[in-house]
Each structure stands twice: as C-alpha cells, then as structure tokens.
Design a protein around this ligand. Structure first.
Ligand SMILES: Cc1ncc(COP(=O)(O)O)c(C=O)c1O
Length: 415
C-alpha cells in the first residue's frame, strides 16, 4: 500500500471497555444533555459573527486512504479566533456572568442583554481567570471582552510569544507561570480562590467543574452542526478526534452518541506520543496522569491529565486511542495546505490536524484498518480544530503563510 504519511510510527489500542451498542446513559447525560445543547445553541448563535463552520468533503484524500468519504469540520474560521475554542471558553464566561447577575440582583439574562450593555456595572466587577496553552485563553479573553468583564490568563513557559500576543490582543492580562500546562491550571485555580476571581478552566481538574462542564457543552454545538451538515441517509461510520484533556472529544462523541444512539460512529481519540494521558487511561480503565515535559508541536494537546468530566463519556464512548508523532501532524498540515485531486487547500494548525493525521496513519496500516473496521464503505469525520493560530509556526512548518494558502483555496484551480 502506498503510504500517504511515510515514516510516521504510531500506536493504537482498542478500548476494552468501549460501549458497542449501549444507549447514551444517565452518567453521560449528567455531563452533556439535549437541554444543555439547546441552551448553548440559544446563546451562542446570537453572538456577533456566529456562522456554521464548513464541513469540507475531501474526495482526493478519501480515495487515497481507501474509504468512501472523508469530511473535515473546519473550525479555523470560528468567530475569527482561529479555533473551535470560543464555543466553550466564551460560553462558560457567559454563564459565570449570568450567575453573578442572578446572585446579586436576582435577574435572568441572555447574551443579547449583555451585548446590549444591560447590568454593565455588575459585569465590570467580575474578573475571569483561566490557564491555557493558547486557544482556551484566547477564547476566554475574547468572551470577557465581548461581555465587558476583566480577564487574567495564565500561560506556561512553553507557550509561544505569538500565542501570548494573540491573547493579550483581546485585552486580557497575561501572566507566565513556571512549569507545564497542568501547573498553570493549578496556579489559576489557586490565585482565583485567593482573589475571589472566577476560574474558567477547560478541564474539571482546574477547580470549577461547573465552568468546565459549560465549556464542553458549548463545544457540543460544533458536533450538532456536523450532524446537520452530514447527508441524513449517510451518517458517519468513524470519528477521529484529537485530545488534550479530552473535553473536545467528549463533546463530539457525546453529541454523536445522543444523535445516533447505538449506530454512533467508531470513535478514535488521537494524542501526541509525548502527552498520551487518554491512551494510558483507556488502557488502564481508570484516569492516569502522565508526567514529563510533554514536549510536542501539538501545543493544544500537551496535557497530562484527563478531564474528570470527560471521563464518564470517553471511558466507554471511545472505541480506540492512538498516539502519533509530531512529524505526522506537520506532514498533514502540508498535505492539507497543498490540496489537489479534488480537495480544496485548507489551513490546519498543529493540534487542529491531529485527528486527520491519526486517520491517515490508521488508513494505511492493515492491522489498524482491521481493528477499526475501516474499509471502502467507511464515512469518516475528522475535527479540524484550529487554523494558523500560531502564524509563525504555521509558516515555518508549511513553508507558506496561512493567508497564501487561503488565497489558493479561493482561486479554485486546485481540482
Ligand atoms: C486546537 C485544539 N485542538 C484540540 C484541543 C483539545 O481539546 P481538549 O483539551 O478539550 O481535549 C485543543 C485544546 O486546547 C486545541 O487548542
């Protein structure tokens, strides 16, 4: 078999506890529910700039990977922030403010009320705090500015200056914390407790399970969009989704599970080799914390601790887990940027393409194909969770800027 991604060793395991034909249960619904989605949809779709992000069909890569079809949910244009993250972080900011207004003056508010400037004095007294490896902080900072509250963001040493500048451009105060992403999460939680700030973590390990639940519920909107965008008579058979703390994976898996019940797609979690906490957790059938440098190009996935809120969904929702090398992400970014054979060029960032990279690696390996039941009839969905959120890194890896790639996509001569 000719390899689409040569020389990229990967690991894959089946989840021994995968729910094969089980319905979505009460344990999962306690985290993500139909009512929760309805609420998220009602708020988020009223924010300025809301649009369905594209579900791009990639017939050229599907042919090369010997599957029926491949769909790439391209989150690079979401609210102009470059990733899916505003769906979660900014939605959780809304809930903090909404609760604060209810607590102080006993009023129910919507996003529209806040955008209209109602209760500005209460909102201005709220300080939101979050830890981030880039995209979550940007989303929380953006949401805080949109609703009019103060925002403090902790980043760890490895976060690039480009990402730091992007967060600061939304008016947040950015502070560097020593150590890893998980250390920054602890610092944000501790400082917020002392100062009376509202911590909005993207992991329930971050000290505010309610906020991280809202983050995940906001993400679920993107999966709901995918369900509405896929042909109704040809649902997905496979989902490849990248994981950091697992919030995105749980949101997409949980939403597909509710939409399709026991016919939900085979779900594969994809992580970098060096930050594989979900791979280890599914293998051990309990949450496992992975230590070490977590040195990876896929900055958004450099997390060593599964989110305790994602666990009840993914412990049985995931059918398999993969770990991939940085080279696979870089190769996939270049492949997406090139387009051709009927595929439009797409700008996908380091973490954003990891699910697609995992799929490509599995598709070219006979054992992985057999394990996942991938064949010529498979209809695969991958979540393109970011674009060129770090423009410099993108340029270095792809050899062209995101703007040049976007321009080539609109010229339409790639087919
Ligand atoms: C671009 C991108 N993709 C995927 C993820 C993973 O999301 P989660 O940490 O919820 O698993 C992140 C997290 O920051 C991210 O920034």
């Amino acid at each position: 078999m000719t390899k689409i991604l040569p020389n990229c060793p990967f690991s894959i395991i089946g989840n021994p506890n995968a729910a094969i034909a089980a319905p979505y249960g009460a344990e999962q619904a306690a985290v993500l529910s139909a009512e929760g989605l309805q609420r998220a949809r009602r708020e988020i779709t009223t924010w300025p700039g809301y649009q369905l992000t594209p579900l791009v069909k990639m017939p050229g890569v599907a042919r090369a990977a010997k599957v029926d079809s491949l769909y790439y949910k391209d989150e690079s244009g979401r609210f102009g922030l470059g990733s899916f993250k505003p769906l979660g972080g900014a939605y959780a900011v809304f809930h903090v403010i909404e609760k604060e207004i209810r607590r102080t003056i006993g009023k129910e508010v919507t996003s529209i009320d806040l955008l209209d400037g109602k209760h500005r004095d209460v909102v201005a007294g709220v300080t939101i705090c979050a830890a981030t490896d880039g995209n979550h902080g940007r989303s929380v900072a953006w949401g805080s500015r949109m609703f009019g509250c103060r925002c403090v963001i902790y980043i760890n040493e490895a976060v690039s200056e480009g990402r730091e500048r992007a967060i600061a451009s939304y008016g947040a105060e950015v502070r560097r914390a020593p150590g890893s992403f998980d250390d920054a999460v602890r610092m944000a939680s501790k400082t917020s407790a002392i100062k009376g700030w509202h911590v909005v973590p993207d992991t329930a390990a971050g000290g505010n399970a309610e906020a991280s639940g809202n983050v995940m519920q906001g993400y679920a909107l993107l999966a709901d969009e995918v369900v509405s965008q896929l042909p109704a008579d040809r649902p997905a058979s496979h989902l490849f989704v990248q994981a950091g703390v697992g919030g995105l994976a749980a949101a997409v898996c949980g939403q597909f599970w509710q939409a399709y019940d026991e016919t939900r797609p085979i779900t594969v979690m994809v992580e970098p080799h060096n930050a594989a906490c979900w791979f280890e957790s599914l293998k051990a059938a309990e949450p496992v914390v992975v230590a070490g440098e977590m040195d990876t190009l896929m900055a958004g996935l450099a997390c060593g601790e599964p989110s305790p809120l994602a666990w009840p969904i993914m412990k049985t929702g995931a059918h398999a887990a993969m770990t991939i090398p940085d080279a696979a992400a870089a190769e996939t970014m270049r492949l997406l940027a090139a387009g051709g054979n009927g595929d439009q060029p797409i700008v996908g960032g380091e973490s954003g393409v990891a699910g697609l990279a995992g799929f490509l690696l599995a598709s070219q390996d006979a054992e992985a194909r057999a394990l996942l039941g991938l064949d010529e009839t498979s209809r695969v969905v991958v979540i393109g969770s970011e674009g060129d959120t770090d423009a410099e890194a993108y340029n270095t890896i792809v050899g062209r800027s995101g703007d040049v790639v976007r321009a080539s996509a609109t010229q339409g001569n790639w087919s």
